[in-house]
Structures are given as C-alpha cells and as structure tokens.
Design a protein around this ligand. Structure first.
Ligand code: FHN
Length: 678
C-alpha cells in the first residue's frame, strides 16, 4: 500500500482557513442580541416548484431550481399558478412544529428565484392571490408567529427568472431581453421589500439570496440594505444583500461589504470565527424545495450533533424543510423536528444564548459556554460516552465548581483535578445516546491551556523533515521527547524547529512554572519508500481529456460512461469563457517529478474533483461545493508517474486547478513540460 495521506485530515493547519469576515462593520449588539440568543431557526423553501415535486419529463432530481434545471419556458411554468392550492396548509401547525423543535425564528421564501410570491403583492399578479388558494400565506404565518413568540423572517431572492426587467435571461430561454430595464426591476424589488417590511409586523431577518449574477452590484446591495434598515431599523440583514459573500463557505470578504451575518450553506465552518456572526443553512435531505423522490434524510442524531457543533463554534443553525404542494411538511421532517424538540426540551440551555467553545477541540464531543454572574458555565456535549466513567476535560486551568447532568440537575457529579485536566466521574450509561450534556461551573472566564501543536509539512518523509511545536500561549514552556516517552519538566525544552530523518514519535507537553498544564501531544513521522517511477515508451506532450455530460451531485464512475469527446489538452485548465454546466472531465497522462521526495498535491474545484497517482487517490475533493481546495501528499521517486484527475460541474460557477510542489516548497501549477500522455 503506497504511503499516501489526505493532508487536511492530518494537519488541520493546512486545511481551508475561513476568512475573518465582518470585522469592518460589526453589527450593533442590541439589534443582534435575539438572533445570537436564538441559535436555531427553521428555513422553509415553498412555492410553485412543490407541484412538480422534483420531477420533469422523467428526470427526478429537480427541486426549487426546476424552471432552470429542466429548462421550462416561463410561459409553461406559469401554468403552475392554476394548480397551487395547498388546502392542508395550516400556519399554526407549522409554527407550532418549529417552536416545539426548539426553534426561535422562521425564514420562509416570500419569493424564490422563480419569481412567484407567496404573499399578496400589489406589484404583481404572479402571486398567491392569483392561485386557487387566494390567501396571503405570509400574513397567516406572520400572525401565527406573533401568537407563538417566534420571529418571522423573509427569504427574498434578488435573482428573478420571471420578471420581464430582470437580467440576465437564462441562456436557453426564448423570452427576448430587449426592453428589459434592470433598474426598473430593482425598483420593483424595493417595492416588494417595502410591502414585506410594512404589511406583516416586526420582521426579524431579511434573508436575501441570488446576489451572485453580474447584474447585481455593491451599490444596489447598499441601497437595499439601507432600505431594509429604514423600514425596520431593528431588522437583521444577511450578507447576500451585497457582493461580499465567499461562495458556499458564505463568509463576508473584507472590503466594506454589507450584511449582518455570514451564510455558510450546506457546510459548517471548520473552526469558530471569533467576533463573526454566521449561520449555517442546511437541508434535511438533499434538496431545498420538495422532491418526492429524495428520501435521503439526515438522521436525528446527525441533526442534533450538527446543532451542537454549530453552537460550539458560535454560529446559528438554519435547518430547512421543503413542504409539499398540499401544504404539509414531509413526514420525515416532522419526525426529526419532534425528536430535536425532545432533546432541546432537556438541553436547550446548553444552546440558547451560549458562546463558542474555549477549547480548540474535544475528543469526546463539543462545548458551549455561558457567562453566569462572575463565573461561567461550560456545557460539555458528550457524543462518545467514556467507557471508564471518567470524562476528561483537557487543559482547563480554572478551579472547577459543581458539575451535573442536565437530565439530573439536582445530582452533583464528582469533579477532581489531575495534573493538567479536570476529571468528572459520570454514570456508566449515557443518559442520551445521541448527546448527553454535563454542566460544569467554573469561576471567572475559562482558562484553557491548549495542547502543543506538533507541525510539519507531512507525516511521511523521504528526506529530513522539519518539525516545529507551537503553543497558543507564549507564557508556557514546552518540553518534548523523540523516544516515545512522555515529556517531564526535565525533558528537552523546545527552543526552535528541529529535523527528523528517520521514523520518529514526537511527544510534547506544556508546563507552567514547572507543572504540566496540558496533556501530552503526540505526532508520528514515518520514513517511507517513494513510489517507483514508471517507464513510458513513446509519450507525447499534454494530457488525454475525456469530456462527458450529465447531471451529478458527485463524481460518477467515468469508466461506465461513454465520453462525448476525447481530445489532447496542454494541462488541467478548463476551457476559457463562461462556466460549462452539467459537464464531467477525466484527464489522464503522466507527471514527471525531479527527485525522490514527498510531494504535496493541491486540487481546487467547483464542483467536485479527485486526483490519483498510479491509481491511488491522493486528493478527494468530490461533492457539490463552491470553489474549494484540498491537499494530499505522496512519496514519489524521481521520474514519471501516472496521473488522473476526475472533475464535474453541475450548475453555476466552475473551477479546476491542480498544483504541485515538494513539501516545504511553494505550490505552483504543473508546468506543461512536466505533463505527457501515452
Ligand atoms: O439558489 C439558492 C438555492 O435554491 C437555495 O435557496 C439556497 C439556500 O440558501 N440558496 C441558493 C444557493 O446558494
């Protein structure tokens, strides 16, 4: 088995680092306070697209984008108006389900990209009042929310595939663009936002979307943000009102872009983001709008742990439901909301109004924190219950107070300090198989001595490898060993990076005034034999590139498909021009490396991609995502190695970039001269 590692999984420091966004216009605390306290909201995608329910002419993977993904002419899509009659819709039932799930706000699509309005608008007939239902659904929901003390919030799409003045037109559609006046559309957008912020009482959030097309710009975003705040000064506006959102990672780039919170989509940031407000919006299955074929629902365990993970990073969780055309939540959604509510009934205090974990990571679960007078309560969310009955809280410097299970607040648990850790004696069985919460009271603010971080470019080596040890606090002294023994106060003091040239186990521990204040960090470095080069008879410049077309959510098995075209290309660069959608590519050939070494491969793609060397997966960046980079390493002998890159793009933006370097060197695109095919 060749020595290969997915680098991001070994050295988080090399994984994607989120931008430190929002730092320039942190929103005022009062206005954000209810939202930060809430932590958990319901997202609802509902509209005409619920009628086809994902299906069109035999294709069954559509949803709220069906007008575009099925290329339905607007005139044909409008016919759904006459079929929208959700006779089973009951606003009180929906709001009660959200409230019972522990949710504090509801964000619903007042208008999605298809332009259909779920509210009574005097600026269009393309709204719910033109359907057989003839009721202002948004009004009924807003009234029910007010009755139940839930914040009503609107999702409103900037992009509008129906309005005659919106541009650009969809590439495939027959409606002429002549005569369209985008500024007239912007006025229409403002008029409807005024209706939404005037006719329905206090609104919590304006959740804009569809801001990515070139016709929308920062000036429009600024004017729309200011309109919202003028109409309702306390309303919160997300960052998709402007142009600063960074893809699906959703955070606001520096540069004065507007928006009160970042909007990661279908993902959770890898770490907390101090002083940044953000909310991850995530589907329960694989679609936002109702798709009757999509039974791939996340488990209740996954959803509860996702809520905990997000809260432990200081974010909000906006969990989506796509109701049916009849006006009901899918049964799978109903069941999950009910189960989440049962967990929140017991553990809600560990989510609401909490702040991010003071720990960088915890082996057994997550942590949230809440100021309590002069002290702090740490909520320890245990996913993996300790079999030995000892829950170890690593590197906590505070003297511990009382500890208790949220399921039995009256029963104090035994808490004692070992050298660097706090140990809580817990019952043999976890009270909640999904996530049991222990409250640990401490005096003052949390003091956490983070485990020293042992860093190197790779965990495998062919040549001497430089290793450094970092600690979060300069006041601590780090001592380390290279022989596998735990460091003591007499072990070698870390002063500067050092080299290892053979397989080595490095152990490090932080000390304060001669006493250990952290557990022992350990990293194993293995000397490996580089993968042998292959001998190639008769190679030619460039790579062989098979082009496929299809609608995928992840990389298909290209071996089972027939390419539409096969050609030779100079490198991995995508064709210039607008992004090509519903496309797959498989590049095959050889890459030459100059010397025996460990090489870092970097693969950036939108959507998914995978890089193999000699048939071994070195980087797996598969899946539906915005432009994202992943890295992997492999030890290679000098010479020629077989390389394959597989790639697909579904819709929207596209990206593919392959970079390579020996560890410790800057990554660069592979020169064309180092690529060949047989
Ligand atoms: O295109 C929309 C999509 O339909 C859905 O509304 C998500 C959820 O926020 N937002 C956009 C995709 O980023």
């Amino acid at each position: 088995m060749l020595p290969i590692l997915m680098l991001a999984s070994c050295f988080p420091a090399l994984a994607a680092i989120q931008t430190d966004a929002n730092s320039e216009q942190a929103p005022d605390d009062d206005r954000m306070s209810w939202w930060r306290e809430a932590r958990f909201g319901l997202y609802i995608h509902w509209g005409l697209y619920a009628i086809p329910a994902g299906e069109w002419k035999g294709q069954t993977n559509h949803a709220e984008w069906i007008l575009t993904t099925a290329q339905i002419p607007v005139s044909e899509y409008e016919r759904f108006l006459q079929r929208f009659n959700p006779v089973k819709f009951d606003a009180d039932v929906w709001v009660k389900m959200a409230k019972d799930a522990g949710m504090k706000y509801i964000v619903i699509t007042s208008k999605h990209h298809d332009g259909f309005c779920l509210f009574d608008s005097k600026y269009t007939d393309y709204d719910v009042m033109s359907t057989p239902f003839k009721r202002d659904i948004m009004k009924e929901l807003a009234d029910a929310c007010r009755r139940e003390g839930i914040k009503m919030c609107w999702y409103h799409s900037i992009m509008d595939w129906h309005h005659p003045d919106y541009l650009p037109r969809r590439g495939w559609e027959d409606r002429p663009a002549e005569g369209a006046d985008f500024d007239r559309y912007v006025k229409h957008l403002h008029n409807q936002v005024e209706e939404l912020l005037t006719n329905y009482g206090d609104i919590g959030v304006m959740w804009f979307d569809g801001e990515w097309e070139a016709t929308w710009n920062h000036e429009y975003g600024q004017a729309l943000y200011e309109l919202c705040r003028k109409l309702q000064p306390n309303v919160i506006v997300n960052n998709r009102v402007d142009k600063g959102r960074g893809g699906m990672a959703g955070l606001t780039a520096p540069g004065g872009f507007l928006g009160d919170f970042g909007t990661p989509e279908q993902e959770v940031p890898q770490t907390g983001l101090p002083a940044v407000d953000w909310e991850s919006c995530i589907t329960m299955n694989r679609h936002w709008g109702f798709n009757k074929f999509d039974t791939d629902f996340k488990s209740t365990e996954t959803l509860i742990r996702m809520l905990v993970d997000i809260a432990s990073k200081g974010g909000n969780f906006l969990l989506n439901v796509g109701p049916t055309a009849e006006g009901e939540f899918p049964q799978e959604s109903v069941e999950r909301l009910k189960a989440m509510g049962e967990w929140m009934d017991v553990n809600g205090d560990s989510i609401y109004g909490t702040t991010a974990s003071p720990f960088k990571s915890l082996a057994w679960g997550r942590c949230t924190a809440k100021k309590m007078g002069a002290g702090t309560t740490l909520y320890l969310h245990v996913f993996d219950w300790p079999e030995d009955g000892r829950l170890v809280v690593p590197g906590l410097g505070n003297e511990p107070g009382r500890a208790y299970l949220l399921t039995e607040p009256g029963r104090s648990l035994d808490v004692r300090r070992t050298e660097s850790d706090i140990v809580i004696t817990v019952p043999r069985n976890a009270p909640d198989a999904v996530c049991s919460v222990i409250a640990l009271e401490i005096s003052g603010d949390p003091i956490v001595y983070e485990l020293p971080e042992i860093k190197a470019e790779s965990a495998i080596l062919v040549r001497p490898l430089t290793v450094e040890i970092a600690t979060a606090s300069g006041a601590l002294e780090v001592r380390y060993t290279l022989d596998g023994r735990d460091p003591t106060a007499d072990s070698t003091k870390y002063e500067r990076p050092f080299e290892v040239s053979e397989s080595t186990v490095v152990k490090a521990r932080a000390f304060h005034r001669g006493k250990p204040v952290t557990a022992v960090a350990e990293a194993k470095f293995t000397r490996v034999t580089p993968a042998p080069a292959v001998s190639v008879r008769g190679s030619f410049p460039g790579l062989k590139c098979d082009a496929f077309s299809g609608d995928w959510n992840q990389l298909p098995d290209f071996d089972r498909l027939t390419p539409k075209e096969t050609k030779v290309v100079a490198n991995f660069a995508l064709d210039p021009g607008p992004p090509v959608e519903y496309v797959g590519r498989r590049y095959t050939g050889y890459v030459m490396v100059p010397r025996d070494d460990v090489y870092v491969f970097s693969l950036t793609s939108d959507d998914g991609a995978r890089l193999l060397i000699g048939g071994n997966v070195v980087v797996d960046n598969d899946g539906l995502h915005g432009s994202a980079e992943k890295r992997g390493v492999m030890a290679l002998a000098a010479g020629t190695h077989r390389i394959t890159v597989e790639y697909f793009n579904k819709t929207g933006a596209a990206a593919l970039e392959v970079r390579l370097a020996p560890i410790g060197q800057p990554l660069t695109a592979i020169p064309d001269s180092s690529l060949a095919h047989g």
